[in-house]
Design a protein around this ligand. Structure first.
Ligand SMILES: O=c1ccn([C@H]2C[C@H](O)[C@@H](COP(=O)(O)OP(=O)(O)OP(=O)(O)O)O2)c(=O)[nH]1
Length: 159
């Protein structure tokens, strides 16, 4: 199925050229959290861990040692009802020894999405807050769907 081009995304989201990467919408780092305690998924419910927000240093940089972090993206996104999206890390992040894991961004989802950043580099990494760390790729579905996302994370982090 087609991946939406930067030209299409520019019209769809009413954004500027600088907001787009070659394959999708640029995603920038807004906040970083450390999961504390255990989360739980059961057949009927889910319980998230609590999170401790990490603060930047005096240069507005996150200094992140090896480990797993929940990150929040700056962009407020609405996934079209006929598409899904995937957030892929910048290759520079990979080259630095870190990555971002993504799940599926569902048709109709709205919000400031989150991801899991894992730092593998034993010496850690430095990211200035507001830097681009990923791009969001939009893939259209082969037909209109009534499976529109209205779950627990719908309109998350909208303020
Ligand atoms: O890496 C990702 C993937 C998805 N999302 C957003 C968009 C997606 O539509 C929503 C819910 O994702 P998913 O359906 O995978 O979550 P769930 O655990 O199944 O929650 P629910 O039970 O509400 O469907 O979270 C993110 O912020 N980051």
């Amino acid at each position: 199925m087609p991946v939406l081009s930067p030209e299409t995304l520019m019209k769809l989201f009413n954004v500027k050229e600088e907001d787009l990467d070659c394959g999708g919408l640029k995603l920038h780092l807004d906040k970083v959290f450390v999961p504390m305690g255990m989360g739980k998924i059961s057949k009927e419910s889910k319980t998230l861990p609590t999170y401790q927000e990490i603060q930047t240093n005096e240069n507005n940089e996150y200094i992140l040692g090896p480990g797993a972090y929940k990150i929040r993206y700056r962009e407020l996104v609405k996934v079209p009802n006929n598409a899904i999206a995937l957030a892929l890390p910048r290759s520079t992040l990979l080259r630095m020894g870190a990555t971002i894991y993504t799940a599926v961004w569902d048709p109709g989802y709205e919000g400031r999405g989150e991801g899991l950043m894992v730092v593998f580099n034993k010496d850690g990494i430095i990211i200035e807050r507001g830097s681009q760390i990923a791009q969001l790729i939009f893939i259209t579905l082969d037909r209109p769907t009534s499976f529109i996302y209205r779950g627990a994370y719908y309109r998350e982090n909208i303020y």
